[in-house]
Write a protein that binds this ligand. Structure first.
Ligand code: GLN
Length: 486
């Protein structure tokens, strides 16, 4: 069998069950693919070859017994380096955690290990998940498999690139303001940000705790459904995780979206947006109409304040979360002094990169006495208005459709102004502020570069957006396209 790395998870799972393929073969094929292309893509911070083969052997035993099988048994996956893996280096893209081996597994990892999935390694990311290009990784930037001179998006750029390049069958990332959906869009794969509280954050290195959410990258809706199913659900160790029953996502993929009402928010068509992106998203909307969906114009009037509110709330929470990296408890520690304060200061000076320091300063300022009301409290009020916009929209429609990113993949080094980089997330941030779910799906191409279409659903309506994604895939083949230059 050739080209095992081009199989979807559900195709491979079928072959594994029929014993026409072993997990060891499948895993070896992916390790080979990593060896063949990752020196150019640079998506992994760590490849766990030995562990992967060991897990694959275990999975094969399980498959042979036919007992306790899951759709992920024996499937090779990759994990963003922000998710704690017991005894396996978890860097968060930072010098601060360069040698950090967590003493525990994130809940998501426990769940994946229980399915018998295979972990190929940890993927590169912007430091502490702050960024939209993976260029803020303390180690190296990741390259977009569609054009190696371009960024894969971020902050989960590594997790997007491994799936787009066939180095893993699926992966997980984290999305605080767009870090799953935007790289998914730029790499022509699906990226799903679940509803806040759908997936446990226990063991996810915290960036902005009221916004962070773990979610999957996949090559089709069925795989995205499977990957979400495996990790969704309440966790006693995360008090913000929801007790709401988890839907059956695969069952929602009926192909039928007749009569579904899909809203097009008028504020999501902004000046300065790439005309190629606009064209692709409009034609995707027409395809949804042809599938029988009712397309409705809606308004989300506070959209334009989303970015500003996010860049107060997220840095404020980050400044508190990152206070723990003081060189005392774990991570990098500056030791060339007897002075405690100097040790802490130098630890943070050397351990954090420029973007992280910028966020800490921004957040500390916004939370400081006298400014709290003017900035943080105001941002929280705006956040409530953004949530209300969505509540009103979802009273009329089942889902919303928009561009995922205002541009296609940009060149590495092209965006040096932090504010320009922040604009990458203007269409994804409102969903995090409101806590709703969203997915970006391959919508087509503009000058040979992928364009992502974003579908937003109300809280716990992952099944609805996955159903639309799947119906769209049945009448298009964008998601089946592979980067040709690898
Ligand atoms: N790009 C946004 C930021 O830098 C979002 C990051 C994310 O979702 N983790 O904050």
């Amino acid at each position: 069998m050739t080209d095992l790395h081009t199989l979807t998870i559900h195709e491979a799972a079928e072959l594994l069950r029929q014993r026409k393929l072993s997990s060891v073969e499948l895993t070896k094929a992916h390790l080979e693919r990593i060896r063949a292309v990752d020196d150019r893509v640079k998506a992994f911070t760590l490849v766990t070859d030995d562990l992967a083969l060991k897990q694959a052997e275990e999975a094969d035993k399980r498959l042979a017994s036919g007992e306790n099988l899951s759709p992920l048994t024996g499937i090779p996956l990759a994990i963003k380096d922000v998710i704690c893996t017991k005894g396996i280096t978890t860097t968060c893209g930072s010098r601060m955690l360069e040698n950090f081996k967590p003493p525990f597994d994130a809940t998501v990892m426990e769940k994946l290990n229980a399915t018998g999935a295979v972990m190929l390694g940890k993927t590169n990311m912007d430091e502490f998940a702050m960024g939209s290009s993976t260029e803020h990784s303390a180690f190296f930037p990741t390259h977009n498999p569609w054009d190696l001179d371009r960024a894969p998006g971020g902050s989960s750029g590594g997790s997007a690139a491994v799936v787009a390049a066939g180095m893993a069958m699926g992966s997980y990332g984290s999305d605080t303001g767009g870090s799953i959906r935007q790289p998914g869009a730029l790499c022509n794969i699906l990226g799903l940000k679940p509803t806040y509280g759908r997936v446990s954050r226990y063991g996810l290195v915290a960036f902005a705790s009221s916004l962070d959410q773990i979610g999957p990258f996949a090559r089709d809706a069925q795989d995205a459904a499977t990957l979400l199913q495996a990790v969704a659900g309440h966790d006693q160790r995360d008090s913000t995780s929801s007790t709401q029953e988890v839907a059956n996502y695969s069952q929602a993929l009926t192909g039928n979206i007749k009569g579904m009402r899909i809203g097009v928010p008028k504020e999501y068509w902004v000046e300065g947006m790439d005309p190629g992106v606009e064209k692709v998203v409009h034609s995707a909307i027409e395809a949804l109409r042809d599938l029988g969906a009712e397309i409705v114009d809606v308004s989300l009037p506070h959209t334009k304040y989303g970015l500003a509110a996010y860049y107060i709330v997220a840095p404020a929470e980050a400044s508190a979360n990152l206070a723990r990296y003081d060189g005392v408890k774990y991570g990098y520690s500056y030791r060339d002094t007897d002075d405690m304060w100097e040790a802490m200061e130098k630890t943070r000076q050397n351990g954090f990169g420029a973007e992280v320091k910028r966020r800490i300063m921004l957040g500390t300022y916004a939370l400081s006495a006298g400014y709290y009301d003017a900035y943080y409290k105001q941002a929280e009020k705006v956040r409530a208005l953004i949530k209300r916009d969505f509540d009103e929209a979802f009273a009329q429609v089942d889902a919303l459709v928009s561009p995922a990113s205002p541009t296609v993949a940009f060149k590495l080094g092209e965006i040096s102004d932090p504010y320009q980089m922040y604009l990458q997330d203007m269409f994804t941030i409102p969903a995090n502020l409101a806590g709703i779910c969203g997915i970006s799906i391959p919508g087509g191409f503009s000058e040979n570069l992928p364009v992502g279409v974003q579908l937003l659903g109300n809280t716990f309506q992952e099944a609805a957006i996955l159903r639309i994604a799947d119906a769209f895939e049945r009448v298009t083949d964008h998601h089946k396209q592979w980067p040709k230059n690898l």
